[in-house]
Design a protein around this ligand. Structure first.
Ligand code: X2X
Length: 335
Protein backbone atom coordinates (compact mmCIF):
# COMPACT_ATOMS: atom_id res chain seq x y z
CA UNK A 1 0.00 0.00 0.00
CA UNK A 2 2.76 2.36 1.01
CA UNK A 3 4.61 1.61 -2.16
CA UNK A 4 1.55 2.22 -4.22
CA UNK A 5 1.01 5.57 -2.56
CA UNK A 6 4.56 6.62 -3.29
CA UNK A 7 4.17 5.56 -6.88
CA UNK A 8 0.95 7.48 -7.15
CA UNK A 9 2.55 10.55 -5.62
CA UNK A 10 5.45 10.29 -8.04
CA UNK A 11 3.05 9.98 -10.96
CA UNK A 12 1.06 12.94 -9.70
CA UNK A 13 4.14 15.09 -9.35
CA UNK A 14 5.27 14.11 -12.85
CA UNK A 15 1.88 15.02 -14.17
CA UNK A 16 1.93 18.29 -12.25
CA UNK A 17 5.26 19.33 -13.64
CA UNK A 18 4.12 18.37 -17.13
CA UNK A 19 1.00 20.49 -16.68
CA UNK A 20 2.82 23.46 -15.22
CA UNK A 21 5.39 23.20 -17.97
CA UNK A 22 2.65 23.04 -20.55
CA UNK A 23 1.43 26.40 -19.26
CA UNK A 24 4.56 28.05 -20.63
CA UNK A 25 3.94 29.50 -24.05
CA UNK A 26 6.21 28.77 -27.01
CA UNK A 27 6.67 32.50 -27.38
CA UNK A 28 5.79 35.58 -25.34
CA UNK A 29 4.83 38.87 -26.93
CA UNK A 30 6.83 41.96 -25.94
CA UNK A 31 5.41 45.34 -26.93
CA UNK A 32 7.49 48.47 -27.52
CA UNK A 33 6.81 51.79 -29.18
CA UNK A 34 10.26 52.31 -30.70
CA UNK A 35 12.17 49.60 -32.62
CA UNK A 36 15.82 48.49 -32.47
CA UNK A 37 17.35 51.62 -34.04
CA UNK A 38 16.49 53.45 -30.80
CA UNK A 39 17.87 52.86 -27.28
CA UNK A 40 14.32 51.87 -26.26
CA UNK A 41 14.18 49.04 -28.80
CA UNK A 42 17.70 48.00 -27.86
CA UNK A 43 16.63 47.70 -24.23
CA UNK A 44 13.95 45.21 -25.27
CA UNK A 45 16.36 43.34 -27.57
CA UNK A 46 18.81 42.96 -24.70
CA UNK A 47 16.14 41.62 -22.35
CA UNK A 48 14.96 39.03 -24.87
CA UNK A 49 18.53 37.97 -25.59
CA UNK A 50 19.48 37.61 -21.91
CA UNK A 51 16.35 35.62 -21.07
CA UNK A 52 16.85 33.25 -23.98
CA UNK A 53 20.50 32.71 -23.07
CA UNK A 54 19.95 32.27 -19.34
CA UNK A 55 16.98 29.93 -19.79
CA UNK A 56 18.87 27.85 -22.35
CA UNK A 57 16.22 28.68 -24.89
CA UNK A 58 13.26 27.62 -22.71
CA UNK A 59 11.75 31.10 -22.53
CA UNK A 60 11.31 32.81 -25.87
CA UNK A 61 10.05 36.33 -26.35
CA UNK A 62 9.23 38.15 -29.56
CA UNK A 63 9.24 41.93 -29.86
CA UNK A 64 6.45 43.78 -31.60
CA UNK A 65 7.53 47.40 -32.04
CA UNK A 66 5.70 50.52 -33.24
CA UNK A 67 2.85 49.72 -30.81
CA UNK A 68 1.55 47.33 -33.48
CA UNK A 69 -0.17 45.09 -30.93
CA UNK A 70 -2.41 48.04 -30.05
CA UNK A 71 -2.84 49.32 -33.62
CA UNK A 72 -0.36 52.13 -33.07
CA UNK A 73 -2.12 53.55 -30.02
CA UNK A 74 0.59 53.49 -27.40
CA UNK A 75 -1.79 54.68 -24.68
CA UNK A 76 -3.60 51.32 -24.91
CA UNK A 77 -0.50 49.25 -24.22
CA UNK A 78 -0.94 49.03 -20.48
CA UNK A 79 -4.59 47.97 -20.68
CA UNK A 80 -3.70 45.34 -23.26
CA UNK A 81 -1.05 43.96 -20.93
CA UNK A 82 -3.35 44.01 -17.96
CA UNK A 83 -5.97 42.02 -19.83
CA UNK A 84 -3.37 39.53 -21.03
CA UNK A 85 -3.61 40.48 -24.71
CA UNK A 86 0.04 41.46 -24.53
CA UNK A 87 2.33 39.35 -22.32
CA UNK A 88 5.15 41.79 -21.69
CA UNK A 89 6.33 45.27 -22.60
CA UNK A 90 9.12 47.75 -22.26
CA UNK A 91 7.01 50.87 -21.99
CA UNK A 92 7.27 54.57 -21.22
CA UNK A 93 5.80 56.01 -18.04
CA UNK A 94 4.10 58.60 -20.28
CA UNK A 95 2.15 56.03 -22.25
CA UNK A 96 0.97 54.12 -19.17
CA UNK A 97 0.02 57.15 -17.11
CA UNK A 98 -3.62 57.19 -18.30
CA UNK A 99 -4.07 53.88 -16.44
CA UNK A 100 -1.55 54.45 -13.64
CA UNK A 101 -1.92 58.06 -12.42
CA UNK A 102 1.17 57.75 -10.20
CA UNK A 103 3.31 57.55 -13.35
CA UNK A 104 2.53 61.20 -14.03
CA UNK A 105 5.12 61.87 -11.34
CA UNK A 106 7.90 61.77 -13.93
CA UNK A 107 6.05 64.22 -16.18
CA UNK A 108 5.89 66.97 -13.57
CA UNK A 109 7.79 69.82 -15.22
CA UNK A 110 11.33 70.40 -13.97
CA UNK A 111 11.10 67.88 -11.12
CA UNK A 112 14.32 66.14 -12.21
CA UNK A 113 17.20 68.44 -13.14
CA UNK A 114 19.76 65.76 -13.96
CA UNK A 115 20.41 62.02 -14.22
CA UNK A 116 21.20 61.76 -10.50
CA UNK A 117 17.70 63.08 -9.81
CA UNK A 118 16.10 60.42 -12.01
CA UNK A 119 18.12 57.71 -10.26
CA UNK A 120 17.29 59.09 -6.81
CA UNK A 121 13.61 58.61 -7.60
CA UNK A 122 13.65 55.31 -9.47
CA UNK A 123 16.17 53.63 -7.17
CA UNK A 124 14.59 54.83 -3.93
CA UNK A 125 11.34 54.60 -1.98
CA UNK A 126 9.43 56.70 -4.50
CA UNK A 127 10.39 54.22 -7.22
CA UNK A 128 9.17 51.36 -5.04
CA UNK A 129 5.87 53.13 -4.47
CA UNK A 130 5.47 53.63 -8.22
CA UNK A 131 6.17 49.95 -8.83
CA UNK A 132 3.58 49.00 -6.20
CA UNK A 133 1.04 51.20 -8.02
CA UNK A 134 1.73 49.41 -11.31
CA UNK A 135 1.45 45.99 -9.67
CA UNK A 136 -1.84 46.91 -8.07
CA UNK A 137 -3.26 47.65 -11.51
CA UNK A 138 -2.53 44.23 -12.92
CA UNK A 139 1.00 44.42 -14.27
CA UNK A 140 4.24 43.32 -12.60
CA UNK A 141 7.07 45.84 -13.07
CA UNK A 142 10.53 44.28 -13.13
CA UNK A 143 13.08 46.98 -13.86
CA UNK A 144 13.72 50.53 -15.05
CA UNK A 145 15.15 51.71 -18.36
CA UNK A 146 15.25 55.17 -19.88
CA UNK A 147 13.84 56.98 -22.89
CA UNK A 148 15.60 60.18 -21.82
CA UNK A 149 15.29 63.87 -21.11
CA UNK A 150 12.71 65.30 -23.46
CA UNK A 151 13.78 68.39 -25.34
CA UNK A 152 11.59 70.80 -27.27
CA UNK A 153 11.78 71.27 -31.03
CA UNK A 154 9.81 73.45 -33.42
CA UNK A 155 9.77 74.72 -36.97
CA UNK A 156 9.23 78.41 -36.26
CA UNK A 157 11.79 80.05 -34.02
CA UNK A 158 14.35 79.92 -31.26
CA UNK A 159 12.72 79.23 -27.90
CA UNK A 160 14.50 80.47 -24.80
CA UNK A 161 11.66 81.96 -22.78
CA UNK A 162 8.03 80.96 -22.17
CA UNK A 163 6.70 83.81 -24.36
CA UNK A 164 8.35 82.15 -27.38
CA UNK A 165 5.89 79.28 -27.09
CA UNK A 166 2.93 81.57 -27.42
CA UNK A 167 0.38 80.08 -29.82
CA UNK A 168 2.67 77.27 -31.03
CA UNK A 169 0.95 73.98 -31.77
CA UNK A 170 2.85 71.28 -29.91
CA UNK A 171 2.32 67.55 -30.29
CA UNK A 172 2.16 65.71 -26.96
CA UNK A 173 1.15 62.19 -25.99
CA UNK A 174 -0.20 60.03 -23.22
CA UNK A 175 -1.33 62.23 -20.42
CA UNK A 176 -3.60 65.25 -20.02
CA UNK A 177 -0.86 66.58 -17.74
CA UNK A 178 0.92 67.76 -20.89
CA UNK A 179 -2.13 69.74 -21.91
CA UNK A 180 -1.78 71.63 -18.65
CA UNK A 181 1.98 72.13 -18.95
CA UNK A 182 1.87 73.50 -22.48
CA UNK A 183 -1.27 75.52 -21.89
CA UNK A 184 0.44 77.13 -18.89
CA UNK A 185 3.22 78.13 -21.28
CA UNK A 186 0.77 79.69 -23.72
CA UNK A 187 1.11 76.98 -26.38
CA UNK A 188 -1.61 74.89 -28.06
CA UNK A 189 -0.92 71.25 -27.17
CA UNK A 190 -2.38 68.47 -29.32
CA UNK A 191 -2.48 64.85 -28.16
CA UNK A 192 -1.41 62.35 -30.82
CA UNK A 193 0.32 58.98 -31.10
CA UNK A 194 3.90 58.55 -32.23
CA UNK A 195 2.60 57.00 -35.45
CA UNK A 196 0.77 60.23 -36.27
CA UNK A 197 3.44 62.64 -35.04
CA UNK A 198 5.84 62.67 -37.98
CA UNK A 199 3.11 63.11 -40.59
CA UNK A 200 1.64 65.97 -38.52
CA UNK A 201 5.04 67.65 -38.34
CA UNK A 202 5.54 67.12 -42.08
CA UNK A 203 2.28 68.78 -43.07
CA UNK A 204 2.67 71.54 -40.51
CA UNK A 205 -0.48 70.45 -38.68
CA UNK A 206 1.70 70.98 -35.60
CA UNK A 207 4.67 73.30 -35.17
CA UNK A 208 6.62 71.38 -32.60
CA UNK A 209 7.13 68.31 -30.45
CA UNK A 210 9.13 67.11 -27.47
CA UNK A 211 11.23 63.94 -27.36
CA UNK A 212 14.64 62.75 -26.20
CA UNK A 213 17.62 63.65 -28.42
CA UNK A 214 18.05 60.00 -29.38
CA UNK A 215 14.50 59.92 -30.74
CA UNK A 216 14.91 63.25 -32.54
CA UNK A 217 18.14 61.97 -34.09
CA UNK A 218 17.18 58.44 -35.14
CA UNK A 219 13.72 59.43 -36.38
CA UNK A 220 15.33 62.34 -38.30
CA UNK A 221 12.88 64.84 -36.96
CA UNK A 222 15.02 67.61 -38.48
CA UNK A 223 13.97 66.35 -41.92
CA UNK A 224 10.38 67.35 -41.25
CA UNK A 225 11.23 71.00 -40.71
CA UNK A 226 12.11 70.96 -37.02
CA UNK A 227 14.99 73.41 -37.22
CA UNK A 228 15.01 74.70 -33.66
CA UNK A 229 15.74 72.63 -30.61
CA UNK A 230 15.78 73.80 -27.00
CA UNK A 231 17.52 71.67 -24.38
CA UNK A 232 15.30 72.49 -21.48
CA UNK A 233 15.29 69.02 -19.81
CA UNK A 234 11.78 69.68 -18.57
CA UNK A 235 11.15 65.99 -17.87
CA UNK A 236 12.49 62.53 -18.59
CA UNK A 237 10.46 59.40 -19.17
CA UNK A 238 11.84 56.23 -17.64
CA UNK A 239 11.02 52.95 -19.34
CA UNK A 240 9.55 50.09 -17.34
CA UNK A 241 10.17 46.43 -18.14
CA UNK A 242 6.98 44.67 -17.20
CA UNK A 243 4.84 41.57 -17.52
CA UNK A 244 1.13 40.98 -17.22
CA UNK A 245 0.24 39.65 -13.74
CA UNK A 246 -1.61 36.78 -15.38
CA UNK A 247 1.49 35.69 -17.24
CA UNK A 248 3.82 36.37 -14.32
CA UNK A 249 1.87 34.00 -12.10
CA UNK A 250 2.40 31.16 -14.56
CA UNK A 251 6.17 31.23 -14.22
CA UNK A 252 7.85 29.25 -11.45
CA UNK A 253 9.85 31.27 -8.88
CA UNK A 254 13.21 30.47 -10.50
CA UNK A 255 12.05 31.71 -13.88
CA UNK A 256 10.45 34.77 -12.31
CA UNK A 257 13.84 35.61 -10.78
CA UNK A 258 15.52 34.96 -14.12
CA UNK A 259 13.12 37.28 -16.00
CA UNK A 260 13.53 39.99 -13.39
CA UNK A 261 17.32 39.88 -13.21
CA UNK A 262 17.58 39.90 -17.01
CA UNK A 263 15.33 42.99 -17.09
CA UNK A 264 17.46 44.72 -14.44
CA UNK A 265 20.65 43.95 -16.36
CA UNK A 266 19.16 45.01 -19.71
CA UNK A 267 17.84 48.23 -18.14
CA UNK A 268 21.16 49.15 -16.57
CA UNK A 269 22.94 48.42 -19.82
CA UNK A 270 20.54 50.58 -21.82
CA UNK A 271 20.56 53.49 -19.33
CA UNK A 272 24.37 53.62 -19.36
CA UNK A 273 24.52 53.27 -23.11
CA UNK A 274 21.99 55.96 -23.91
CA UNK A 275 23.48 58.41 -21.42
CA UNK A 276 26.97 57.86 -22.81
CA UNK A 277 25.79 58.45 -26.38
CA UNK A 278 24.05 61.76 -25.72
CA UNK A 279 26.96 64.09 -26.61
CA UNK A 280 27.59 62.33 -29.93
CA UNK A 281 23.89 62.47 -30.68
CA UNK A 282 23.84 66.18 -29.95
CA UNK A 283 26.82 66.74 -32.25
CA UNK A 284 25.12 64.78 -35.04
CA UNK A 285 21.97 66.88 -34.70
CA UNK A 286 23.96 70.12 -34.84
CA UNK A 287 25.88 68.83 -37.86
CA UNK A 288 22.62 68.49 -39.70
CA UNK A 289 21.98 72.19 -39.27
CA UNK A 290 19.58 72.21 -36.32
CA UNK A 291 19.91 75.31 -34.14
CA UNK A 292 20.35 74.03 -30.59
CA UNK A 293 19.61 76.37 -27.69
CA UNK A 294 21.03 75.59 -24.24
CA UNK A 295 19.19 77.38 -21.45
CA UNK A 296 20.97 79.26 -18.70
CA UNK A 297 19.85 78.45 -15.14
CA UNK A 298 17.93 81.69 -15.12
CA UNK A 299 16.11 80.92 -18.35
CA UNK A 300 15.21 77.45 -17.11
CA UNK A 301 13.90 78.98 -13.89
CA UNK A 302 11.47 81.10 -15.92
CA UNK A 303 9.97 77.96 -17.52
CA UNK A 304 9.81 76.27 -14.14
CA UNK A 305 8.02 79.19 -12.62
CA UNK A 306 5.53 79.40 -15.50
CA UNK A 307 4.55 75.74 -15.03
CA UNK A 308 4.15 75.67 -11.24
CA UNK A 309 0.37 75.45 -11.57
CA UNK A 310 0.81 71.92 -12.95
CA UNK A 311 1.95 70.78 -9.48
CA UNK A 312 -1.22 72.14 -7.90
CA UNK A 313 -3.36 70.45 -10.53
CA UNK A 314 -1.56 67.12 -10.53
CA UNK A 315 -0.06 66.43 -7.09
CA UNK A 316 -3.49 65.36 -5.73
CA UNK A 317 -3.96 62.91 -8.62
CA UNK A 318 -0.43 61.52 -8.41
CA UNK A 319 -0.52 61.42 -4.60
CA UNK A 320 0.79 64.25 -2.45
CA UNK A 321 2.95 61.86 -0.44
CA UNK A 322 4.56 60.38 -3.50
CA UNK A 323 5.34 63.81 -4.95
CA UNK A 324 6.87 64.88 -1.65
CA UNK A 325 8.88 61.66 -1.41
CA UNK A 326 10.24 62.24 -4.92
CA UNK A 327 11.05 65.88 -4.23
CA UNK A 328 12.93 64.88 -1.08
CA UNK A 329 14.83 62.19 -2.99
CA UNK A 330 15.89 64.79 -5.56
CA UNK A 331 16.89 67.31 -2.90
CA UNK A 332 19.02 64.71 -1.11
CA UNK A 333 20.46 63.04 -4.18
CA UNK A 334 24.08 61.95 -4.42
CA UNK A 335 26.02 64.31 -6.66
O1 X2X B 1 5.55 59.08 -28.67
C1 X2X B 1 6.56 59.53 -28.13
O2 X2X B 1 6.81 60.73 -28.07
C2 X2X B 1 7.54 58.55 -27.50
C3 X2X B 1 8.07 57.65 -28.59
O3 X2X B 1 8.60 59.24 -26.92
C4 X2X B 1 6.78 57.80 -26.45
O4 X2X B 1 6.32 56.71 -26.69
C5 X2X B 1 6.54 58.45 -25.15
Amino acid sequence: MLKRCTLLAAAASLLFSAVSHAQYKDEYTVSTVLPSAFPWGQAADKWVELVKERSDGRINMKIYSNSQLVSGDQTKEFSAMRSGLIDMAVGSTINWSPQVPELNLFSLPFLMPDYAAIDAITQGEAGEAVFAAIKKRGVTPLAWGENGFRELSNSKQTIDEPADLDGLKIRVVGSPLFQDTFTALGANPTQMSWADAKPALTTGAVDGQENPLSVFDVARIDQVGQKYLTRWHYMADPLVFAISNRVWDQFNPEDQALLKQAAIDAGQWEIEKSRSEIEDTLAAIKDRGVEVTELTDEQRAAFKEATQSVYDQWAPRIGEDLVKQAQDAVANRAQ
